[in-house]
Write a protein that binds this ligand. Structure first.
Ligand code: ASP
Length: 395
């Protein structure tokens, strides 16, 4: 009985009841929206301090700067491989799916949006005022600062001083994880309210009218979720992805319901360290980094959406265009914020690079929130598989 009423099962029930309430009692679903908002706020409340502290503790537990480099290189390789695989899957699926959608003429010329450049990208990830960045919830800035700060602590000569700082952050980390556990206990209610509101607000009608597009995205996302990532887990990580899925499913349900990898982070860290037993020095570093820069579902989604919109506008994409989409979708997913609908914003970078009118977004915006659930769960699944896979190669 206790197992049946586990938080994971209750959260799942929350999703089902949320859909039911949203469809049959939309007014009630809207009236309890505040419960979902409170739940989201609680998660967001601890995410930036947690990112900072967990990266600090993870790095300070490493034996040397060499070990940091080794984890960093492995993480980079993993992120690049999985994101590229995701985008390639997206491009293949949309190219072979025989969809027919009436052509539309864009009403305006292609906008001159800012293009994605490497200099701009690097400049953007360096904070000029760390307190402002923390206050504004800029995760990438928090990560860059935490990496530099913790690495510099490794170089402090006096072992007494070093230990003092490390113990302090270690204690903070334990306290934040305790808070995360309390917040997770509220997830069945939070998730029920979030899903109920989305269903009541958006309904299923729009999904039906764009069913071909929705289907292509879902096929791509499911393929990446159930084939690409589990294959890497099985062949390179040498672990059973189905068993792992069961261990971490609470984080995936939260990702699905909140549409935010960042809000899911406290839960991902909790399950990875407590349920699975991934060492802190790997989980504490790889998961915050992954939640912020590794977004397979988003990359796959933006590639499919761009090609879909180009098709609807009758724009012929050359092979060079598709290669450009591949590169931009991969890079843009790194820069995307881990919040709801961030993918919709980064998509404009691809549009400007390939020459697709920005107004095209209006064609798919109605189903964005629905698809966001699936791509966010995929983003988090990619991060969690990465943490376990990398931990195998670290002593
Ligand atoms: N909602 C996604 C996330 O937080 C980002 C996106 O694709 O919009 O992971």
């Amino acid at each position: 009985m206790k197992k049946l009423l586990s938080i994971e099962n209750l959260t799942f029930l929350g999703i089902i009841l949320g859909v039911f309430t949203g469809v049959y009692f939309p007014e009630f679903a809207t009236s309890i929206k505040f419960l979902g908002d409170i739940f989201l706020n609680l998660l967001k409340m601890i995410v930036i301090p947690l990112i900072f502290v967990s990266i600090f503790v993870a790095i300070s537990k490493l034996s040397s700067v060499e070990e940091l480099k080794s984890i960093g290189v492995k993480a980079f390789l993993y992120y690049l491989t999985t994101t590229s695989l995701a985008v390639i899957t997206g491009i293949i699926v949309i190219n072979i799916f025989p969809f027919s959608f009436p052509h539309i003429n864009p009403s305006q010329e292609v906008n001159n949006l800012s293009k994605l450049t490497l200099e701009g990208f690097i400049q953007n990830i360096i904070p000029s005022n760390i307190f402002q960045s923390l206050a504004e919830g800029k995760a990438l800035h928090a990560i860059v600062f935490a990496i530099l700060f913790s690495t510099s602590v490794l170089y402090i000569q006096s072992s007494l001083k070093r230990k003092l700082i490390v113990d302090f952050f270690d204690g903070l980390n334990d306290a934040f994880l305790k808070m995360a556990k309390w917040i997770v206990a509220l997830s069945p209610i939070g998730v029920y309210s979030l899903i109920g509101y989305v269903v009541a607000e958006k309904g299923f009608g729009t999904i039906l009218s764009l069913w071909q597009y929705v289907l292509v995205v879902l096929i791509g996302v499911f393929w990446h979720f159930t084939v690409n990532l589990p294959s890497l887990a099985y062949f390179i990580g040498k672990f059973n992805p189905v068993k792992y899925f069961k261990q971490v499913r609470e984080a995936l349900l939260i990702a699905f319901s909140t549409c935010s990898s960042s809000a899911t982070l406290p839960v991902s860290i909790e399950v990875a360290e407590k349920e699975v037993g991934i060492p802190k020095k790997v989980a504490g570093f790889i998961l915050p980094l992954g939640a912020t820069i590794n977004m397979d579902g988003t990359a796959l989604y933006t590639a499919i959406a761009s090609i879909f919109i180009a098709n609807v506008y009758g724009i012929d994409l050359t092979l060079t265009d598709e290669i450009l989409i591949f590169i931009t979708a991969t890079l843009a997913s790194i820069g995307a914020a881990a919040i709801p609908s961030a993918g919709l914003i980064t998509m404009t970078l691809i549009f400007s690079t390939v020459g697709i009118p920005i107004e095209g977004i209006s064609l798919i915006i109605a189903v964005d929130r629905f698809l966001d659930m699936f791509r966010t769960a995929t983003n988090v699944w990619g991060d969690l598989i990465g943490a376990k896979l990398i931990s195998r190669y670290i002593n």
